[in-house]
Design a protein around this ligand. Structure first.
Ligand code: RNT
Ligand code: ZN
Length: 420
């Protein structure tokens, strides 16, 4: 027996004693796709040939590490490299600005499925599903700070048309791949300073959303989520699409809320929201991210916040109601390495949660034996879950954490550093 196998057998035995079915945990991990965000590869730039405007909607990728993907071929090559280093089958999340536009000038209100057909072919070749996002920033018509809630009917109409088209494209992607495509909507709308007509802006956002979501698509093709935010650069005082606004809208209109880990007060627990929200919605979309002091979109690591989130999902038995997406962009380190590290950290958090003896813990809790509950929760932290992760990677023919670093460095040397 090899080193990985014998460590796995020992770990399996220890978890078995607590009543944990390790194989079932690995199975559940295998069946859970992570939606890999395409925008980590090129610092949220995209492939449009249009005048972009000055506002980036507060989205700021910082760092200038060499090797940024400069075009669609390079981005796909990088994504293929990433897929080679993560276990399981996943999805790739596109943004409207990442269409295959070639030399064509296509404004946001002109996008069509044709611009994404080559992504569908690519997804098929690489065994992934696709998700989609309307791009509501980096455009002159977003420079005022308002899109769907703009008081200018021309601006508002332009963005309504964009989102309508994005949903149409998403539904077609879902139909072609036979895997529902999640269309997530986030708008940067808000104000820097004290806002007097908050109701007016929220009323307009609601009107726009009503028009957008009045078009229905089969749920087998398209699922809709709406993403809230607490504040952004330039929208420090007021965000039209706040958590409360979108939660209300999602519940009353059958949409999924999208919870981004960077979009709440730093001490607010997103994990705790899961069991509170889930009875009232058809599903929950997640943007797993890491804020450092603010919504900074650092690479996801296995920290307490992410861990708590997955514990809540698994303990609540709602993994099948949750759609796990990533949202971070770090331009200060190798971008492929950033991608892989965050995806694997997310999967590790899920595995760790799946290995928890939930039944035993719930039993202690209902008996009122809180000392046993506390002691076991502590003990679990030093259980050999890493051996199970290593074995899972090995079964999936992907490198372990050490070899992975060498592979990223090799790719950097051979491929990424040739990009100037
Ligand atoms: C912005 C939102 C949004 C974006 C992506 C690029 O604060 O988190 O999800 O990061 O659409
Ligand atoms: Zn997000």
């Amino acid at each position: 027996m090899g080193r990985i196998d014998s460590a796995y057998m020992l770990a399996k035995e220890r978890y078995g004693k607590l009543g944990v079915d390790v194989e079932a945990a690995m199975d559940a991990l295998e069946k859970t796709p992570i939606s890999i965000h395409c925008w980590q590869g090129d610092d949220v730039t995209g492939f449009e040939n249009i005048e972009k405007g000055v506002s980036r909607g507060g989205l700021q990728a910082t760092g200038n590490y060499p090797g940024r993907a400069r075009n669609i071929d390079e981005l796909r090559l990088d994504l293929e490299k990433v897929l080679d280093m993560v276990p399981g089958r996943h999805k790739v999340s596109l943004h409207a600005m990442y269409g295959d536009f070639g030399e064509e000038t296509v404004d946001r209100d002109g996008i069509e499925f044709d611009h994404f057909e080559s992504w569908v072919d690519w997804a098929r070749e690489n065994g992934v599903g696709l998700d989609f996002n309307a791009t509501m920033f980096a455009h002159s018509k977003a420079d005022s700070g308002f899109t769907l809630s703009s008081k200018d009917p021309g601006v508002r109409g332009f963005w309504v048309e964009h989102v309508k088209r994005c949903r149409e494209v998403s539904a077609e992607i879902g139909r072609r791949l036979g895997i529902p495509c999640v269309h997530n909507l986030w708008v940067p709308d808000g104000m820097k300073d004290t806002t007097v007509d908050k109701s007016g802006y929220r009323g307009l956002l609601r009107e726009s959303l009503d028009e957008i979501y009045s078009v229905e698509y089969p749920r087998g093709h398209l699922l809709d989520s709406v993403e809230s935010k607490l504040f952004g650069l330039g929208s420090e005082s007021f965000v039209v699409g706040s958590h409360d606004f979108y939660l209300g809208y999602a519940v009353s209109n059958g949409l999924m809320p999208c919870l981004d880990l960077g979009h709440y007060h730093p001490t607010e627990s997103v994990a705790d929201k899961v069991s509170a929200i889930q009875p009232f919605v058809s599903g929950i979309m997640l943007h797993v991210s890491r804020g450092v002091r603010w919504d900074s979109d650092h690479v996801v690591v296995l920290n307490e916040q992410v861990q708590d989130l997955f514990h809540e999902i698994v303990r609540g038995g709602i993994l099948d109601k949750v759609y796990i997406g990533l949202d971070y962009f770090d331009a200060s380190i190798n971008r492929v390495g950033a991608w892989v590290t965050g995806i694997r950290a997310t999967q590790k958090a899920l595995l760790y949660a799946l290995l928890e003896p939930v039944k035993l813990l719930k039993g202690y809790e209902s008996e009122g034996d809180y000392f046993r509950r506390l002691a076991l929760l502590e003990e679990l932290k030093s259980m050999p879950w890493g051996a199970i992760w290593d074995s899972y990677c090995d079964n999936n023919s992907v490198p372990d954490g050490h070899e992975l670093v060498e592979r990223v460095k090799e790719y950097e040397k051979k491929t990424q550093t040739t990009r100037t």
